[in-house]
Design a protein around this ligand. Structure first.
Ligand code: PLP
Length: 394
């Protein structure tokens, strides 16, 4: 009998938790009301939505009036970057210089980078922070670029490809001193890092449900009271006009449940994942001594392991892994027929041949000691296969 397949792609998405499905179920049945309706169905939906908002806010140390529901992390990131930039652009100058620049890092998710590029098409000046070989933001570069002419500074808390953790509380505090609105993409950080808006002075924050055991298609966006923000969409007064459109009550309820579980289990689960990740890393490096683990020398979240084996390429290794029943991913954007090395690995100085061999294994709820043992045993043989495949296609 074939052993069960191994899922090592939790940074891409996670299985929906049964507790979340159970919490959502009534809203696909009798509790179908529209929260904007004044009758009993509407009132019942409104109460569920308000409660979900309060619970998500509680997980962030925020007030309920500081949380809005969005469709995904990508939307939250766009709202943060474009919404803050457009608000700064339309604001009357307060005697200081016009806020025309946006500061971010070269290792952000495309949801932030593409939103920054859009702002640049609208007239913003893009400034990219320097990062070190582990992806950590260079403080001198931050101090040089984050000035009082910046409309928004957006820095991800945990990198999705290599797991680097940025010192967000410290950077947000430094931005605050300069009056610069600070956004953090916490899509990979929520449930891994202790987040508390009461003590950590970020102005906006994005999280995404499907990375924490809720379904795809729901996220939450924190916006600190008083932060100027232009909505991306227009048409209704839901979510205080920041995010018009009939609210997705079922998904909001599911997100609240998933967020609470993630916070409650965070410390124990992070310790478990760090132990499994370290074991997998040690096994792979012992068996394949020329393998390189990216971001290993810096602070890393416990669920990401990004490894390159010289002489292979990501596509061949992922194919060999998939045929052996192991699901992982590459940091590369696969375009028809060609694989572009990851912008993250390129930005931290990984040479192209090594960057195009990178494979990201991301751990989570489905990862066990047995998964680590099987992948460690399988890997060396798969490397041989991938090297032959890479040789055949080069
Ligand atoms: N930001 C980061 C760091 C991510 O890892 C992802 C998804 O992979 C996103 C943003 C986008 O989130 P979503 O898939 O919910 O749009």
């Amino acid at each position: 009998m074939r052993p069960p397949p191994i899922y090592l792609d939790h940074a891409a998405t996670t299985p929906v938790r049964p507790e979340v499905v159970a919490a959502m179920a009534p809203f696909f049945g009798p509790r179908f009301g529209n929260p904007s309706s004044a009758h009993r169905w509407g009132r019942e939906a409104r109460a569920a939505l308000d409660e979900a908002r309060e619970r998500v806010a509680g997980c962030l140390g925020a007030g309920a009036d500081e949380v809005c529901f969005v469709s995904c992390g990508t939307e939250g990131d766009n709202l943060a970057v474009l919404g803050t930039w457009r608000a700064a652009r339309v604001a009357a100058p307060d005697g200081g210089p016009a806020r025309t620049a946006i500061v971010t890092t070269p290792i952000e998710h495309k949801a932030v980078l593409a939103a920054v590029h859009q702002a640049a098409r609208e007239g913003a000046e893009e400034r990219l922070l320097a990062v070190d070989a582990n992806g950590v933001v260079d403080r001198a570069s931050f101090d040089a670029l984050v000035r009082d002419d910046v409309a928004v500074c957006s820095i991800m808390w945990v990198n999705n490809e290599i797991g680097t953790v940025q010192p967000i509380p410290e950077l947000a505090a430094a931005a605050k001193v300069r009056g610069v609105p600070f956004h953090t993409d916490a899509v990979q950080a929520f449930g891994k890092i202790a987040i508390d808006a009461r003590t950590q002075p970020f102005d906006t924050l994005t999280l995404s449900g499907h990375k924490i055991g809720a379904p795809k298609g729901i996220g939450a966006f924190f916006v600190r009271r008083g932060t100027p923000l232009e909505p991306l969409m227009h048409g209704g007064s839901q979510d205080r006009g920041l995010r018009p459109g009939t609210e997705n009550v079922a998904m909001a309820v599911g997100l609240a449940r998933a967020a609470e579980l993630a916070v409650a289990e965070r410390e124990e689960e992070c310790a478990r994942l760090a132990r499994l990740r370290d074991a997998l890393e040690a096994e792979l490096l012992a068996r394949i001594p020329d393998a390189v683990v990216h971001g290993r020398g810096g602070p890393r979240a416990p669920h990401v392991l990004n490894i390159s084996v010289p002489g292979t390429d990501s596509e061949s290794l992922l194919l060999a892994l998939d045929l052996a029943g192991v699901a992982a991913s590459s940091g590369s954007a696969c375009q028809t027929g060609s694989v572009t090395p990851s912008h993250v690995l390129t930005a931290i100085g990984v040479p192209p041949e090594l960057a195009s061999a990178a494979v990201r294994m991301s751990l989570g709820a489905l990862t066990t000691d047995e998964c680590v043992r099987r992948v460690s045993e399988l890997f060396p043989a798969l490397i041989g296969k991938a090297r032959r495949l890479a040789g055949a296609t080069s």
